[in-house]
Write a protein that binds this ligand. Sequence first.
Ligand code: PMP
Length: 360
Amino acid sequence: MSRVYNFCAGPAALPTAVLEKASAEMLDWNGMGLSVMEMSHRSDEYVSIAQKAEQDLRDLLHIPSNYKVLFMQGGATAQFAMIPLNLLGDKKSADYINTGQWSAKAIKEASRYCDVKVVASSEDKNFSYAPTQSDLNLNPDAAYVHYTPNETIGGVAFDYIPETGDVPLVADFSSSILSEELDVSKFGMIYAGAQKNIGPAGLCIVIIREDLLGDARTETPTSMNYKVAADNDSMYNTPPTYSWYLAGLVFEWLKQQGGVKGIAVINDRKASKLYKYIDQSDFYANPVAVNNRSKMNVPFTLKNSDLDKAFLQGADKAGLLNLKGHRSVGGMRASIYNAVPEEAVDALIAYMDEFANSNS
Ligand code: PMP
């Protein structure tokens, strides 16, 4: 078997050990003679798989008991609508911080439901940094404050958690959940599409403080109502059972890596060495403010973009896949999520160096 190093932004690399376990259990889970995919979501066996996954996630993030964990569908994009539908209550407006393409999409969708106030934006510098706390013009009557702690396309990360007083803070952690320790109690709600640090696509995790449940607008579709999901253990209708199971295997694997604390040390090392290499090179560049550089998504450009094609072709040949930057920005992007091993980053740096030397 040969596995490449996969730097895809999402759906992203999964730990080989997880795929091996899923493969071993594919036809016959635990002697039952059927696949997890073929189980009723109401069966005792599946419910035990689902509950264990939730408990492991709770352990990994130290989720306080007054928070519900929901396993939902529709990706993070569906959350862009579910958030205003569920959280506006009798308020008319919500505050949003705009740091790039994903926050912009969240803003656009929320604008269909309420008056969105953009309380800070980094558009002035092409979204190459995150606004600071003192940049935020927060409104005390906002239903919530939304931000994107890690912009997957721009590779921009907040280096602090915004302080929003009594207004609940809502965060799209799709591309950085479980990558470093997090104080969940600072948030009203956290959400994350699974296909980066959690598992396969088709699942979106919502972690929400209980007091925010129960105020959904009447037109909220039942399948998108957080209270309904919470009251039914995320099984009001059929959940994405296999993705949920696989997420559970990823959580087990992460516990074996020393939990979030353990993986954060490795993530730090991976990102530091890649940025260090880019910074000392006059062949490659990264445009993001140093304190806002993402440890998960590292965009970089070549000095001469005419070489992009050759760079990508050589990378493919070297078994380094999916380094092409997002179609909207070009250049390169290395996504180095939890499941991307440190050896992959070492191999990438070695290839970048070799390519720079032979093309300078
Ligand atoms: N938010 C962020 C930060 C993302 O990276 C993505 C996907 N790349 C999304 C939202 C949208 O997720 P989905 O495709 O699961 O709807």
